[in-house]
Design a protein around this ligand. Structure first.
Ligand code: MG
Length: 359
């Protein structure tokens, strides 16, 4: 089974409501879609969105890395020595994790089809159903309260609340307003997207603990490079602290794990460069007794299907942040994961289970 063709396409799908975090606002989900065709006719799909403020990867850089660097190196290669193939993919060029992720998921799609297994079973098959949270974008406290209430009415049990854009006092008001509207039973996880400074974060999270705001976890309170600050927050509060932008690679995961700088790790295929390295991060974390969440960028149901296959395959992945396709005004994919409100079911067909992509 050899790689015959690697093609890339550009897509753009509008969001029905803008997605707002401390780092960026997204109104259109743009992406590079990858199609890999093998000599036996097997087709594998992948996707990578540009996230210049997170990965540094743009549409043009993703396209360039795939077309100019990755494609010439993998054409004609056998998929059956896939350890060689993935090692090569990661040593061809540094960074460019989104381009690697798109190719990695297409290769895993082909491989698991060859083995006649749905990808999540090829990887371990731990569960077949996942529950996603839903993101409350950062806005005025009143708007966020209204949004949170609407999402709970739609059936979501876990809300991921974006904070870290203004001063911390306003963030506490935001959570207060949300709790007033939805009560205290719904899980709230906060994501500051690097927006706080470590001492202020400790003070704010302690205040939330004193106010009994019942926060399940706080994601990436401090800037990505500030591992010492991350550890200061983790050590200084009772609330669970999750590393997101601080952990792209297995090497960064190892650093965070050995210094006990976070209680949890958020793995995203776009940061790790795909499933091959995402598995290494999850394995390291599991050995250290640290659970993982699998999240995503603003991706279509194609990229999220790959992430969901990986997340469903592993016991140590206990939290799922896969709401992005629910924010899109149209669906470009046939097949793949299915949503029923907050529940996601993995497909039973071999591979990713993607039948068609409108590109
Ligand atoms: Mg995050």
């Amino acid at each position: 089974m050899k790689i015959n063709r690697v093609e890339t396409f550009r897509t753009a799908v509008p969001l029905h409501t803008p997605f707002k975090t401390a780092l960026r606002t997204v109104e259109v989900a743009e992406a590079i879609v990858v199609k890999i065709t093998c000599d036996d006719g097997t087709v594998g799909w992948g996707e990578a969105p540009p996230t210049v403020v997170i990965t540094g990867d743009s549409l043009s850089s993703i396209e360039w890395a795939i077309q100019q660097v990755i494609k010439p190196a993998i054409i004609g290669k056998s998929l059956l020595n896939y350890e060689q193939l993935f090692q090569q993919l990661h040593s061809l060029l540094v960074r460019n994790s989104s381009a690697k992720a798109a190719v990695d998921m297409a290769l895993y799609d082909c491989l698991s089809q060859y083995c006649n297994l749905p990808l999540y079973q090829f990887l371990g098959g731990y569960r077949q159903e996942l529950e996603t949270d839903y993101t409350v974008s950062v806005n005025s406290p009143k708007e966020m309260g209204e949004d949170a209430e609407a999402y709970v009415k739609q059936g979501f049990n876990v809300l991921k609340v974006k904070v870290g854009k203004d001063d911390i006092e306003t963030d506490i008001k935001r959570i207060h307003e949300i709790r007033q509207r939805i009560g205290y039973d719904i899980k709230i996880r906060l994501d500051a997207n690097q927006g706080w400074e470590s001492k202020a974060a400790v003070k704010a999270i302690r205040k939330m603990e004193d106010l009994d705001l019942n926060i399940e976890l706080v994601e990436q309170p401090v800037p990505a490079h500030d591992i010492e600050g991350l550890k200061r927050v983790t050590d200084g509060v009772d609330t669970l602290i999750m590393a997101d932008e601080s952990v792209f690679t297995p090497y960064q995961a190892f650093e965070v794990l050995k210094t006990r700088s976070a209680d949890l790790i958020n793995i995203k295929l776009m940061k790790a460069g795909g499933i091959y390295y995402a598995q290494k991060i999850n394995d390291l974390a599991e050995v250290c007794g640290v659970e993982c969440m699998v999240g995503s960028m603003i991706e279509t149901r194609l990229g999220i299907t790959a992430a969901a296959h990986f997340a469903a395959s592993k016991k140590n992945v206990t939290r799922f942040d896969f709401d992005a396709p629910l924010m899109l005004a149209k669906d470009i994919v046939t097949g793949g994961i299915e949503y029923n409100g907050r529940m996601i079911t993995l497909p039973t067909q071999p591979g990713l289970g993607i039948e068609r992509v409108l590109v």
